[in-house]
Design a protein around this ligand. Structure first.
Ligand SMILES: C[S@@+](CC[C@H](N)C(=O)[O-])C[C@H]1O[C@@H](n2cnc3c(N)ncnc32)[C@H](O)[C@@H]1O
Length: 785
């Protein structure tokens, strides 16, 4: 059992006990709150600091985070709320219609949530845990935490939720939604005539000069703390609204935060002034152009870049805009550029969104949110249907290396990938600066406990009518966001989702896309998706008739991961024909899957011992026989398990044949390649292994694919299908069957072109590893019939 598995086991038990405590808390009647004393909180604070420093050697170590406990958010505006003091709170209870005024009297600390130590106007104290505060995800720098939440910072907490902790002894406030925590300045009108029992003991020592804030902001920006930098510059602007440079600096921070509309508002505000120096005008135009580019308004960005004074950057930016405009118009993306970006570990891919005119959103009477994607004309196999950049995405390498973040899904009682929390955090940050995006995200399906979403998706990244400060303009509903993520997020793995061999189910990227979220699921879909960084491409895998639904697969191909998906996501049985057939043959399906799983474990063990995963000839053929036998009742269905078993035999025999120069054995290997392709669902395979024609006819026959151009199998790892065709071609080269070698090379090309696109150059680049040292027929034209 791996460390992660052991942790998972531990956490399953832990979740159970936590669930029991949450359930118990719900049965406790709300009673007047027992508040801690200042010295108790001081001791808690000191203890936490010491604990952090000692147990973790200065590093953050392991943290556990939960999702799916129905987090709470306030939906009532402050003007409609009335003040409540700590001493009047009940616990456990959410105080609807109330707000609490408080301020910090100790520095904030972080466990998973940010812990605040608060005193209210009566001088009473309590701790509060706040989740999803933008800019503070996995923050370990105390100075930054202090800059974000200085001692003495005044807050208004909307509809405070007093809870009991896990031991049911300590009372604290829990704030799930960051828009429920309102940052107030001492000058805020709400604080007029409001006295505090204890004097404000901390003076922040900050100058009020706008220029000082400029310098503070610059430092924070340089360290990558864009939100804090924007806050510093905002404070400077409050002191001197005429400082254009602060607006432009803030626009740059907003661009980094992907708050493009807000950045344009700042730049436009500057550009609207009559008294601008040419340098400031130039800078403002540049900022506005970059922000237009960020929100994919490439024509507007182009016009702005073109209006700049000549310069090297001007030309390169113009060229970029033109490239994006071409992509946005035609959907023609450079597959090689996408692959190179992926290989360079660039996750933030620069490519224009594009939706083919061949698809459109349609309403559906069933299936969750009630929308679906349909073909608006006949679609051919291998057509690119969609290019879509993620609304938000998080990858493992972005996570803090010094901290193991274990995330448990409270609802499903299982571990989940930590990047899911990171994405939730990114979404809240994005919504903070792009209030209009809330409508976009709210239009995604959020499960049966929320009203059905509208039929259309409102566009995002609107430009505010005036510059905005970096605080929430609209409420965040974290509960809804969690549900949206649960029902719509993808794991943007490099190739298509294929999880049976994934070793660590708690790692892996998470992304939320908008348009791809409208595709419904099928276990035998007619379209497939692939990701390059944070960009998803969707292609058809078969001809689709006008008016038919276009579906993708949400999950891995194996039985178990599909069953998990249905339970967790669809909430019902999948209605595809594959599932129907499997339901009719439950024991055969389970039997095959058990054999497969056992074999995967054996493969892992062999690999750990530095051997070939497939094992000896006896082992592979023995396993194949068992799978063939088990698969008989399901013979009509494509089978990943049967495919993999044939592939293993092929690899094993091919290797042996090449070492021994054993031609008959090589032919047997080739036949297993044919069988593998057939098991995957490729039809009408020409399984001859000797020359078919000679002379003039040869050239013509060699152009004909060695199988029929039907549906591309989505039930197996597709890349390996292409590799099989390449290996069959190479085997025919080694036995001098030129014509067959050409046909199978074309077979590999066709499969690759339909699935990945990008032509021959992309085939060579994308399959580079598989092609290394493999003898393929030369001078073959990249055409097929
Ligand atoms: C990503 S959304 C798909 C689009 C959704 N229909 C909408 O209108 O937003 C996923 C949800 O659609 C529904 N769904 C998708 N495919 C389904 C299927 N094959 N069977 C049943 N429900 C499905 C489930 O409710 C699932 O949680």
């Amino acid at each position: 059992m791996s460390t992660e598995m052991r942790q998972a086991e531990f956490h399953t038990q832990w979740i159970k006990s936590q669930r029991a405590k949450w359930a118990l808390e719900k049965t406790i009647p709300p009673l007047p709150i027992i508040l801690p004393t200042r010295s108790q909180l001081n001791a808690t604070y000191q203890g936490l600091l010491a604990n952090n420093a000692k147990a973790l050697g200065g590093k953050l170590g392991m943290r556990t985070m939960t999702m799916g406990q129905s987090p709470e958010s306030s939906h009532t505006s402050v003007s409609k709320l009335q003040e409540v003091h700590l001493r009047n709170l009940l616990a456990p209870h959410r105080h609807k219609g109330r707000y609490l005024l408080c301020r910090t009297f100790l520095p904030a600390t972080r466990m998973v949530a940010i812990n605040l130590y608060l005193e209210d106007r009566m001088g009473d104290v309590i701790t509060a845990s706040i989740y999803n505060l933008p800019g503070l995800f996995q923050i370990s720098d105390e100075a930054i935490l202090k800059a974000y939440i200085p001692e003495g910072q005044i807050f208004l907490i909307r509809e405070p939720w007093a809870k009991l902790d896990g031991s049911l002894t300590t009372r604290f406030l829990r704030i799930d939604s960051p828009s429920d925590l309102v940052f107030l300045d001492a000058t805020d009108p709400l604080l007029q005539n409001k006295s505090w029992k204890t004097p404000a003991r901390i003076t922040r020592g900050l100058s009020t000069a706008a220029d000082d804030f400029r310098i503070i902001g610059n430092n924070l920006f340089q360290k990558g703390h864009f939100l804090l930098a924007a806050r510093a510059w905002s404070r400077g602007l409050r002191n001197d609204p005429t400082l254009h440079s602060l607006h432009l600096n803030r626009a740059q921070a907003y661009i980094k935060l992907r708050w493009f509309g807000a950045a344009i508002a700042d730049a436009s505000h500057v550009l609207s002034r009559m008294d601008l120096s040419p340098a400031i005008r130039e800078k403002a135009t540049f900022r506005a152009a970059c922000a237009e580019y960020g929100r994919q308004q490439y024509d507007k960005a182009l016009a702005r870049f073109q209006s700049l004074e000549a310069g090297a950057e001007k030309e390169s930016r113009i060229a970029q805009c033109k490239e994006r405009l071409h992509e946005a118009e035609t959907g023609k993306v450079s597959m090689i550029s996408l692959l190179e970006a992926r290989e360079s570990l660039n996750r933030d891919i620069d490519v224009a969104d594009w939706t083919s005119a061949a698809i459109r959103v349609d309403s559906a009477s069933a299936r969750g949110g009630g929308r679906r994607i349909i073909a608006s004309r006949d679609i051919q196999c291998g057509e690119l249907l969609l290019v879509s950049k993620a609304f938000a995405a998080a990858f493992d390498e972005e996570m803090d290396k010094d901290e193991t973040l274990l995330v448990v899904d409270f609802q499903a009682s299982k571990m989940m990938t930590a990047t899911k929390v990171a994405v939730l955090h990114k979404i809240t940050t994005q919504l903070m600066g792009n209030a209009s995006d809330t409508d976009t995200i709210n239009a995604l399906y959020a499960g049966p406990s929320f009203p059905p979403p509208p039929n259309t998706i409102p566009s995002s990244q609107e430009i505010p009518s005036a510059p905005i400060e970096p605080y929430f303009q609209r409420d965040i509903d974290v509960c809804r966001l969690e549900q949206v993520l649960s029902h719509n997020s993808f794991a943007p793995d490099t190739d298509e989702r294929n999880s049976p061999l994934i070793e660590n189910p708690f790692k892996g990227p998470t992304a939320l896309f908008v348009m791809p979220s409208l595709f419904n699921h099928s276990c035998i879909p007619n379209a497939s998706w692939q990701c390059y960084g944070d960009v998803m491409l969707i292609r058809s895998v078969q001809a689709i008739k006008c008016g038919s639904e276009v579906t993708i697969s949400y999950c891995g191909k194996d039985f178990e991961s599909r069953q998990k998906l249905f339970k967790a996501l669809l909430g019902c049985e999948c209605d595809c024909s594959k599932c129907a057939m499997e339901r009719d043959h439950v024991s055969a399906t389970q039997n095959i899957y058990n054999l497969y799983k056992e074999n995967v474990e054996k493969k892992h063990r062999r690999m750990e011992m530095g051997k070939h995963s497939w094992g000896s000839r006896k082992e592979v053929t023995g396993y194949l026989q068992k799978i063939v036998q088990a698969h008989l009742p399901l013979a009509e269905l494509p089978s990943m398990e049967l495919y993999c078993a044939h592939l293993d035999v092929m690899q094993c025999l091919e290797r042996e044949a090449n070492v021994k120069v054993d031609i008959p054995l090589l032919f047997t290997a080739i036949r297993h390649g044919f069988d593998a392709l057939q098991a995957a669902g490729i039809a009408d395979i020409d399984s001859r292994t000797t020359q078919l024609a000679s002379g003039k006819t040869q050239k013509k026959v060699a152009r004909v694919l060695p199988f029929s151009k039907g549906r591309l199998p989505t039930e197996v790892p597709f890349r390996s299908l292409v590799v099989i065709a390449i290996h069959i071609s190479a085997s025919f080269v080694s036995v001098s069957e030129q014509l067959l070698a050409e046909r199978w090379l074309r077979g590999a090309w066709w499969l690759h072109e339909m699935w990945y696109g990008g032509g021959l150059s992309f085939f060579n680049r994308n399959m580079q590893k598989a092609l290394q040292g493999v003898p393929l027929p030369a001078s073959v034209e990249y055409v097929w019939e």
